[in-house]
Design a protein around this ligand. Structure first.
Ligand SMILES: CC(C)(COP(=O)(O)OP(=O)(O)OC[C@H]1O[C@@H](n2cnc3c(N)ncnc32)[C@H](O)[C@@H]1OP(=O)(O)O)[C@@H](O)C(=O)NCCC(=O)NCCS
Length: 139
């Protein structure tokens, strides 16, 4: 498969983003997503790298960075049809290259920990993730 990887890419059909979220099992119904909200989230990310196959969106990575010391990988997503072909690693590498002067952080569920490790990220001793969900609608 010949993937085209585009950096700083916002020419994205956000209906395709929703389709891929559903394909990977992040949500059961299309109606939980809003293309307009997703567009805002992507636009407000520090860096977006997107991958296409014959013009169709098949994956992306998003990062938030302070540009100086720390960068957080928000998500790396690859459509199931295109997984295990090295694309996820290419997306992480694009983020790492853009922010090679900062530390890179990512939260992951256990099933994808190995993927992160293969991309050179390591579990940090003594660190845990703490969080809470949203408590109000976004403006
Ligand atoms: C995680 C994800 C991005 C991986 O994408 P991918 O394109 O399949 O990954 P790659 O093909 O680049 O894999 C890179 C390496 O990680 C390994 N790997 C990928 N997914 C793995 C998994 N679920 N379990 C164990 N190893 C995995 C690959 O075998 C490969 O190892 P190798 O170099 O020794 O061959 C993809 O499975 C996905 O989109 N999952 C759903 C979303 C998600 O959980 N994202 C991660 C957190 S934001």
């Amino acid at each position: 498969m010949e993937f085209e990887v585009r950096e700083n890419c916002l020419e994205i059909d956000f209906e395709e983003v929703i389709t891929i979220y559903l394909n990977i099992g992040w949500g059961k119904r299309r109606s939980i997503y809003s293309a307009a909200r997703l567009k805002k989230a992507f636009t407000q990310s520090s860096f977006v790298v997107a991958a296409f196959l014959a013009g169709r969106l098949v994956g992306w990575g998003r990062a938030l960075s302070d540009g100086v010391a720390n960068t957080w990988i928000v998500e790396v997503v690859v459509d199931p049809d295109c997984q295990r072909k090295g694309l996820g690693r290419r997306l992480v590498e694009a983020i790492e290259k853009r922010y090679s002067h900062t530390a890179i952080w990512a939260e992951t569920y256990l099933p994808t920990k190995t993927f992160g490790e293969k991309c050179g990220l390591k579990a940090r001793d003594g660190m845990v993730v703490i969080s809470r969900g949203p408590q109000a609608h976004s403006p």
